[in-house]
Design a protein around this ligand. Sequence first.
Ligand code: SAM
Length: 221
Amino acid sequence: MKEQARAKARQLALEFVQRGDATGWFEELYTQAQGNEQAIHWADMEVNPNLGEWLDHRNIQGKGKLALVVGCGLGDDAEELARRGFEVVAFDIAPTAIAWCRKRFPHSPVTYVVADVLEPPSAWRGSFDFVLEAYTLQVLPAAVRSKAIASIAGLLTKEGTLLVICRGRSPEEPQGDLPWPLTTEELNLFKSAGLQQVQFEDYFDQEEPPKRRFRVEYQRA
Ligand SMILES: C[S@@+](CC[C@H](N)C(=O)[O-])C[C@H]1O[C@@H](n2cnc3c(N)ncnc32)[C@H](O)[C@@H]1O
């Protein structure tokens, strides 16, 4: 079922992106899923292990800190950050995803919001102590990634931390099918946007088959 769901997402993405709409297919996919998470191939319904492991390893405590989750999907990473004491705002461009989060976690302390990372609310600028971007950049076409990266970088407070988790590739490797892995050159745009790279990990995860991931921590320079 998940493989079928992935194929469908790729087809939808192709149709929308080809007609110049980089993000319209997300809402379409969530709507067509009709509440069945099997139709959303990235929905694992549990915290991303690449995030959980990082939080454990760094012994991150969220008390007194405000976190933002970019492209939160069905909300598991946002809930995990809330569980670790962060005050959390989580947003997604797809209204159906946000409604789904609210339905899944009716008593959640997380504020779930519909918003576009390419045009975030201006009040969010410079406001978040911790920003998580996991797997959204890799489903945005390269043409809009630089705008998304500049926007994400602008959301951090002066002492803020950004964690990016994405598929990774070397520049000579073809981009392939969605999700489109990022190169280190693309990630360097975070540095151009005023952030300092604190830690860069390039590894194969525990999935079957293993996927090459970049997990990168930034702070405001
Ligand atoms: C591949 S999914 C990953 C979801 C979640 N981060 C996870 O790891 O399960 C990418 C998510 O980003 C959302 N998204 C795509 N473009 C976006 C944008 N411009 N602004 C906000 N969210 C966006 C999609 O609706 C989708 O939920």
